[in-house]
Design a protein around this ligand. Structure first.
Ligand code: P6P
Length: 302
């Protein structure tokens, strides 16, 4: 494959110049976040985010990079971040960008892969939006290599960082069927026979277990391997589970649907759920169409 740089790919792809500008700025944010792991303390920042979760130094640094670049981008008028309170009006510019700047930050001090999740809309408020309104989803994946999974609703493509630039490494990624599972929140089995039965199916069918505790690397693996299912249900104490609809579930769901897969909360498609609050959480079952359908079937059992 001839080396195609991200900027060239976007400009050749008939994508709005504002969206190109935002995506290129995000790629700079990802590069700097990846660089920070080599030098910055992996410890606690001594502060909490709006959810009362203890922030790591790298959480704050990643958010600062995201916020700084987006505030300075002439096309961005609204931002929201898992590390900030509510949505922040920058100006009247058309694009709205939401992010989990460093998903899975607790995995860094055990040297596991993490990522940055970003959804891009054209709106003046995220409230009332649906994931299907996103114009693009851009996910930074920090593993042995630094990569980007990107969709601007024209398929899903991977770009890899090399010598300070992102180059196209995989084009038109597709998810079909295959026996691989990333089962989250197993503690729900204490209360939910339906989820226990679903897990027993995967185990008895000898599915390959691939769960790292990082939503980004776990779903990145499903998209790159082209198969599998990631599950994170709720249960009575936490009926909506742990993962945020705006910052995590919706951007990942857009990538998965664009790759020919599906994403559901067990009943409804993630991308059709209307956002009622910035911090809204959602159960999520995301992967190949047949596996998501299987989840919905098992989880409809009482
Ligand atoms: P658990 C990381 O904290 C995260 O938000 C996702 O990246 C990941 O999929 C999930 O939580 C892991 O949750 O309950 O397995 O620790």
């Amino acid at each position: 494959m001839a080396e195609i740089a991200l900027k060239q790919y976007l400009e050749n792809g008939d994508i709005d110049e504002g969206l190109v500008s935002v995506i290129l700025d995000l790629s700079s944010v990802f590069e700097k976040i990846a660089q920070s792991f080599k030098t910055v303390d992996t410890g606690k920042a001594g502060s909490q985010n709006v959810y009362g979760e203890e922030q790591k130094v790298l959480d704050v640094l990643s958010n600062d990079l995201f916020e700084d670049y987006m505030r300075k981008n002439q096309y961005v008028g609204l931002i929201a971040s898992e590390e900030l309170d509510g949505e922040i009006k920058v100006d009247g510019s058309p694009y709205a960008v939401c992010s989990d700047p460093l998903d899975g930050s607790s995995l860094i001090d055990v040297n596991l892969s993490v990522g940055t999740i970003v959804g891009i809309y054209k709106t003046d408020t995220f409230i009332g939006s649906k994931g299907r309104d996103q114009l693009a989803s851009v996910v930074g994946v920090y593993g042995p290599r630094t990569t980007i999974l990107l969709t601007a609703k024209k398929g899903v493509h991977e770009f890899t960082l090399r010598d300070g630039q992102f180059f196209l490494s995989k084009e038109n990624l597709k998810v079909v069927e295959g026996k691989m599972f990333a089962p989250g929140n197993l503690r729900a089995c204490k209360y939910r026979q339906d989820y226990t039965d679903l897990l027993n199916f995967w185990v008895k069918e000898q599915y390959t277990l691939r769960y790292s505790g990082g939503m980004v690397p776990d779903i990145n693996q499903i998209i790159l391997k082209g198969k599998g299912i990631f599950s994170y249900p709720g249960y009575e104490d936490y009926p909506d589970g742990k993962l945020r609809l705006l910052f995590e579930c919706a951007p990942m769901a857009l990538l998965m649907e664009q790759a020919g897969g599906a994403a559901s909360d067990g009943i409804n498609k993630i991308l059709d759920k209307e956002l009622s609050s910035i911090e809204q959480r959602s159960p999520i079952f995301i992967g190949s169409k047949a596996e998501v359908a299987r989840c919905e079937e098992y989880l409809s059992r009482t």
